[in-house]
Design a protein around this ligand. Structure first.
Ligand code: HDE
Length: 719
């Protein structure tokens, strides 16, 4: 939050306190009795003992003892925001949902982002899938799009979800490790689940360590249906496209951020909204006509497959803007209850077996988490659309239902509330014809587990491939069971030879000459696994550019943060013009000094250093600038300052230095470049004797590339 905004908020709070009815400021019990002493328990004499009759103490402590509710079994760690959604133009050609057909309508939303595996207090920067759950409070009822930041999932059938989660959660005997998949039980399970391989590619890619919730895509994962007013149904995949581009941090950086600021993503979201930099995403649709259901080499119902954007383009149809932080974390972010079964007329389900299982799980989990069937009455879950039904009572019922009739049909209350005809907005399920035997089986098109994993890997840029290989080396390097590591190498060899070689080399495992077929525990309905297993759904070398983060429009540098290292008597004019140039493009320059507080520049101007080399590290910034000044060489004796710039360089961030500040880069053995280098993609640092327009222009231009991944040393893998 900037100083001006904070001052405004403080002033508002003071004003509110001033204008409040004095009775509202009185401390009371939960039953309205005014409290005279909240400092001392009731005692016999001032040295006790305490008395059981102290109703105020008992009430206060009892409430405190019951303050915690069970955290979510998955997605426990979350951060949320309010906002609005507006469609660009009517989508009546696809759906009758009011919020998607009326471009004038602003639909309120509540969005919760999360990690999956960690506990409520775990780090934001875990390598993990991110939840991207959106509750639309539409005029026709709540619609929840409960998605992730990856378009596929680990498993094909909901029956395996408890196994997956048990495997990834901390191991049950010693509850280690927290918020990490790098351990034996996770990889043991995965090595026995070939269907996970595509998702593993995503999880080991940089998508699993986003720079910000504001800079990641979202996906509904499953195939859903859109149904128009004539009753025609089409398949749809939902996407969210962030307007700030799709960006990640480096794994080394993620681990360091986890120490320096485990709330990095939560803070980033909160501060962006407080500062008026509202995160924005476009809703994207991939529409598939019902007649094209079998046009693909894979099954649309298989949640381990995506529809390449090159085959079915993503139409951007509306905008989501997050513009308000919650007032209270528990009341809103913690108590919000998403449910994929919350749909409105015009949106319907497909038969994806994962989706079908989820339709059961979400309400069930709220019953234990929120303690009863009335969680829809909690303010954050309440629809804006009116509700009337004959459901009654239960724990914590808020509604005072009137009258004696709570059944239907009835004649005593005029048969109210009445069923609603479809024409008046009653929800009618799409009447999909179904025929079949009851079986425990999967569709024949579900059995190619490697082609899309390969497509993902081969669609990555060289640095992204390297990161993926290194991530697998890291994760499997933390696995003790040798057989598990080897089994994983067998799987990776089916995906891509370079991938398998690269990972095997890092683990010190020789690639076996003959790869045994990986185990596959699921068997197709016809029992003939072989017939299905090696069917190529995508040609061997097909790439999908959209899968690489580097192929996305990088997005502006607005809201990016630059750490500016300043020592006493720093080059005031230079820093001022750097900060101005950054602000001109919406980025923020923040002073980092040896100590907090006032610091005077060489022109006598006094600045406030809000960060010190102890409280900040370059992993918390997007770029670094070392200011000149006669005391700048003092940084050379400061190991933290050397690490500051060395890390920024290592993490491929733009680094600039002027005047005496350049000495720090040299001491850190960082290659130095110049502002006049012709190639803006140059991966060197920017150094100059003083800050000129050319320097600031060049620095902000390089920042617009966000990361100079080409700076990374290549792994040099033989094929
Ligand atoms: Fe969830 N999931 N899930 N999930 N999920 C939950 O519901 C479940 C799956 C997702 O911010 C739980 O309220 C099953 C896929 C998000 O509050 C629970 C299966 C996707 C959130 C549950 C899946 C998701 C959840 C735990 C396999 C992406 C957080 C707390 C069939 C499309 C929502 C809760 C929030 C939360 C069950 C798989 C997304 C236990 C059984 C696939 C974003 O009901």
């Amino acid at each position: 939050m900037n100083g001006k905004k904070r001052a405004q908020l403080e002033k508002r709070a003071q004003l509110e306190a001033h204008t409040k009815d004095p009775r509202e400021s009185m401390l009371t019990t939960n039953h309205g009795v005014r409290i005279n002493d909240d400092q001392n328990t009731l005692k016999v004499g001032d040295r006790g003992p305490s008395l059981l009759e102290d109703f105020h103490f008992r009430e206060k402590i009892t409430h405190f003892d019951h303050e915690r509710i069970p955290e979510r079994v998955v997605h426990a760690r979350g951060s949320a925001a309010h906002g609005v959604f507006q469609v660009y133009e009517s989508l009546a050609r696809y759906t009758k949902a009011g919020f998607l057909t009326d471009p004038a309508r602003q639909t309120p939303v509540f969005v919760r982002f999360s990690t999956v595996a960690g506990s409520r207090g775990s780090t934001d920067l875990a390598r993990d899938v991110r939840g991207f759950a959106v509750k639309f409070y539409t005029d026709e009822g709540n619609f929840d799009l409960v998605g992730n930041n990856m378009p596929v999932f680990f498993i094909q059938d909901a029956l395996k979800f408890p196994d997956l989660i048990h495997a990834v959660k901390p191991e049950p005997h010693h509850e280690i490790p927290q918020a990490a998949s790098a351990h034996d039980t996770f990889w043991d399970f995965i090595s026995l689940m070939p269907e996970s391989m595509h998702m593993i590619m995503w999880l080991m890619s940089d998508r699993a360590i986003p720079r910000s919730f504001r800079m990641m895509e979202g996906f509904g994962v499953h195939t859903f249906r859109l149904v128009d007013a004539t009753g025609t149904s089409r398949f749809v995949k939902f996407h969210w496209k962030p307007l700030l581009g799709v960006h990640a941090v480096a794994w080394d950086e993620a681990q360091k951020i986890s120490g320096k600021d485990p709330d990095f993503h939560r803070r980033d979201l909160w501060e962006a909204i407080e500062g008026g930099d509202f995160p924005e995403y476009e809703l994207g649709l991939q529409i598939v006509e019902e007649s094209d259901e079998f046009a693909f080499g894979f099954d649309l119902l298989d949640p381990t497959k995506l529809i390449p954007e090159e085959l079915v383009p993503v139409q951007r149809v509306g905008r989501l803007t997050l513009n308000r932080n919650p007032d209270n974390f528990f009341a809103e972010t913690e108590q919000v209850a998403f449910h994929l079964g919350n749909v409105v007329p015009g949106i319907d389900f497909s038969n994806d077996p994962l989706l079908q299982g989820r339709l059961f799980s979400y309400t069930d989990t709220q019953l234990i988490r929120l303690g009863g069937p009335n969680f829809h009455e909690i303010p954050i879950n309440r629809p804006t659309a009116a509700t009337h039904n004959n459901q009654r009572d239960g724990y914590m019922r808020q509604e005072i239902d009137r009258g004696r009739v709570s059944y239907q049909p009835n004649s005593l209350a005029g048969n109210d509330p009445k069923q609603v005809p479809e024409a008046a907005g009653g929800y009618v399920t799409y009447p999909q014809p179904i025929e079949g035997s009851k079986v425990r089986a999967r569709g024949a098109g579900f059995f190619d587990h490697y082609s899309q994993a390969r497509m993902f890997f081969q669609s990555q840029s060289t640095p992204e491939k390297q990161h993926l290989i290194k991530a697998l080396r890291f994760e499997l390097g933390k696995v003790d069971a040798a057989a598990v590591r080897e089994r994983m190498i067998h799987h990776l060899a089916q995906v891509d030879a370079m991938l398998a070689t690269g990972v095997a080399r890092g683990l010190g495992i020789a690639l076996p000459k003959k790869m045994p077929a990986p185990p596959n525990l699921s068997v197709p309905a016809d029992g003939n696994l072989k017939a299905h297993q090696h069917r190529q759904v995508v040609d061997r070398d097909v790439v999908s550019a959209a899968l690489s983060m580097t192929s996305h429009v990088p997005g502006p540098i607005a809201t990016r943060k630059v750490g500016i290292l300043v020592a006493a008597r720093f080059d005031g004019a230079g820093v001022a013009s750097m900060v101005k140039a950054l602000a001109g493009r919406g980025a923020k320059g923040l002073l980092v000094a040896a100590e907090l507080g006032e610091i005077t520049a060489d022109d006598g101007e006094v600045y406030l250093a809000g960060l010190s080399i102890l409280t900040a590290a370059s992993v918390l910034f997007d770029a670094v600038y070392v200011a000149g000044g006669e005391a700048a060489p003092e940084w050379l004796a400061e190991a933290d300052a050397i690490e500051f710039v060395r890390d920024a360089y290592k993490h491929c961030k733009p680094v600039a230095a002027t005047g005496e500040g350049v000495q720090l880069l040299e001491a850190a053995r960082i290659p130095v470049g110049g502002p006049d280098d012709p190639d803006p993609a140059d991966d060197a640092t920017i150094v100059a004797t003083k800050v000129t327009r050319r320097v600031t222009q060049r620095f902000t231009d390089v920042m617009a590339q966000h990361r100079l991944w080409s700076r990374e040393p290549e792994l040099h893998l033989p094929l």
